[in-house]
Design a protein around this ligand. Structure first.
Ligand code: ATP
Ligand code: MG
Length: 518
């Protein structure tokens, strides 16, 4: 198998003899229980100065909880934390910050109505006398962004930025505090490829300064590129710690789930020869991103939308679904021309869209897992004005069981689930919805490897039942494994279309980078 050593060598030569670096954090014997859940059971973790240490494990393994114990959000039930050689127990974030710990949490908790600059300096605003010095705050933010090479206007309201940009602001904020230990809990889930590169550059600079970093991510290729060591957790317990350079991807996955999961490429389309076209999109134009896109989708087909981040795939889906206005184009469903001006029209036409931006849309944190699952399907279960409550609850339990959503009960509040498990609930919501055409936008982002294959099976089941699926995915392996046909986009245009039997990583990448001649 392809070892990680080549990359690791490059990494090592850059940072010198990291093996000699001192250990700055030691956690051992850590215990944490919530009612009904043993979230951490005898967990240990160590971090060296100038090291990027990846923390991995399936959704609900206890990663975020361990971080919250470290930074004082949760009080541990038992165990020891030693920071810079001294035993510590923080009772809030302010205390851990003062001790040099900075955390970028999985759930962004920033204030959308404040400006970018205000968010960065909240609680430590520069003052002139009793007043906040707005001008200085803006200038300092500009200088900070310049230093770390990101392009964001500090005077705009945070809520106006994409989730990816908001994440970069959070990263800048953490960097601006003089921290010696930085935790990044799934920072890249919402970032574009370019933003990920920017982040890695910042992380490498911090590494050179001797800052220790704990990095949580489900993306194997990132772990491979950026981390020195990997610690794996499973079901709240410690599995082991390895040097990234000495193991393969498969080794890590095996530590995480106790088995190896391999996804192979689909060899040929499984769509019936005579399957009718259920959706035809002709010359769709929308915003600046979607330029004259046409395609068809057949009954029982999985059509993969491939392309680089920002190629316009989500924009096609949003315009089709009526979430964004169209400038032109026609849509036919079962051969009949339809007008889709808003999402409600799409739903009535039998189209359902699972947004890539699940964090921003659709989570009802203070409601139960069950309520969150059934919300979109309630209408499908009304007969003669009566809601068949028992049936939808049973179905919602079934779907969450299939996706292995980790929750003590269906009545648990959504906010108490781990980040990835919250996403599974939203996916269950759309999978149980009665629609003909499903658009899944990055369905497995933020989801651990084990649950990924469950989502694949559910999608295959839907297709086998005669449902049609458009799957937007930035993971080529996923596109090749799931699709019957692949449509490739670049800069808002459709640049290629391939039957799965002829699709390869190489020809997809060729079309994905086929820019228009100027
Ligand atoms: N405040 C809470 N109340 C009850 N249960 C909780 C609470 N916080 C976390 N849990 C439970 O503890 C377990 C570990 O959750 P945690 O958020 O640490 O997982 P994670 O490894 O970060 O997963 P993900 O990859 O999905 O983010 C889960 O079963 C979760 O439901
Ligand atoms: Mg988490």
């Amino acid at each position: 198998m392809n070892r990680f050593s080549v990359i690791a060598k490059r990494k090592n030569s850059k940072k010198g003899d990291s093996g000699m670096q001192e250990t700055i954090l030691k956690m051992y014997g850590i215990q944490k229980r919530f009612s009904g859940v043993h979230a951490l059971n005898d967990v240990q973790f160590e971090l060296r100065a100038g090291e990027v240490h990846a923390l991995m494990g399936e959704n609900g393994a206890g990663k975020s909880t361990l971080i919250k114990v470290l930074c004082g959000i949760y009080k541990r039930d038992a165990g020891t934390v030693e920071l810079f050689g001294k035993e510590v127990e923080f009772s809030n974030i302010a205390e851990s910050q003062a001790a040099g710990i900075s955390v970028i949490h999985q759930e962004l908790n920033m204030m959308n109505d404040l400006t970018v600059a205000q968010n960065i300096f909240v609680g430590r605003e520069p003052k002139i006398g009793p007043f906040v010095d707005d001008q200085k705050m803006i200038e300092d933010s500009r200088a900070l962004f310049e230093k770390i090479g990101i392009h964001i206007d500090p005077t705009v309201k945070l809520g106006e930025l994409t989730v990816g940009k908001q994440q970069m602001v959070e990263i800048a904020k953490a960097v601006s505090r003089d921290c010696r230990l930085l935790v990044l809990d799934e920072p890249t889930a919402a970032l574009t490829q370019t933003e990920v590169e920017e982040l890695f550059k910042i992380m490498n600079e911090m590494r050179d300064k001797g800052i220790g970093m704990i990095y949580i991510s489900h993306r194997m290729d990132e772990i491979n590129r950026i981390s020195d060591r990997v610690t794996v957790m499973r079901d709240g317990t410690y599995v082991g710690t390895v040097n990234t350079a000495e193991v393969t991807k498969e080794d890590i996955v095996k530590m995480m789930v106790g088995r190896v999961i391999m996804g192979e490429q689909k060899e040929q389309s499984t769509v019936a020869e005579d399957a009718p076209v259920v959706l035809e999109v002709k010359n769709l134009r929308a915003g600046r991103e979607v330029k004259d896109v046409s395609f068809t989708l057949r009954k029982g087909e999985i059509l993969g939308f491939a392309g680089l981040m920002g190629a316009g795939r989500t924009e096609v889906a949003r315009a089709l679904y009526g979430a964004d206005p169209k400038q032109g184009g026609e849509i036919y469903i079962h051969g009949k021309k339809v007008k889709i001006k808003k999402p409600l029209h799409a739903v009535k036409s039998g189209i359902c869209y699972l947004s890539e931006d699940r964090k921003r849309y659709g989570l009802m944190l203070d409601k139960s897992v069950s309520d969150n699952t059934v919300i979109a399907s309630v209408d499908d279960f009304i007969t003669a004005g009566l809601i068949n409550d028992g049936k939808i609850r049973k179905l919602s339990a079934e779907f969450n069981a299939k996706l292995r959503t980790k929750t003590p009960s269906m009545e648990q509040l959504l906010k108490n689930l781990s980040g990835g498990n919250q996403q599974k609930v939203i996916i269950a919501r759309w999978l149980m919805k009665n629609a003909d055409i499903f658009i899944f936008d990055e369905p497995t982002r933020g989801i651990d490897v084990g649950a990924k294959s469950e989502i694949y099976h559910l999608m295959e089941d839907l297709a086998a039942q005669g449902k049609s699926i458009i799957m937007i995915s930035s993971e080529l392996a996923e596109v090749l494994r799931m699709s019957d046909r692949v449509m490739v986009m670049c800069e808002g245009r459709k640049t290629g279309e391939l039957d799965i039997s002829e699709a390869t990583q190489e020809n997809i990448m060729h079309y994905a980078t086929l820019r228009e001649e100027m």
